[in-house]
Unconditional design. Sequence first.
Length: 76
Amino acid sequence: MAADLAIASPRVRADIVEAGEFPDLARRFNVYAVPKTVINGTSEVVGAVPEASFVQSVTAALAAAGDEADAPPAPS
């Protein structure tokens, strides 16, 4: 879903990394299960979650960082 947000908005960037091929990066972000989405290095979503939950997590992370204007639109 992060990639979908990045496609939908130029204000969102998503990097998709194969944890097995980049073990140092996987350790850095404590990746033990996939999918795992790290939001601004401070919040994370682990596992396959419904779109509404994912967007809520992203919005909450941005609000905590004071970036409410960058929050994605609610799913329709």
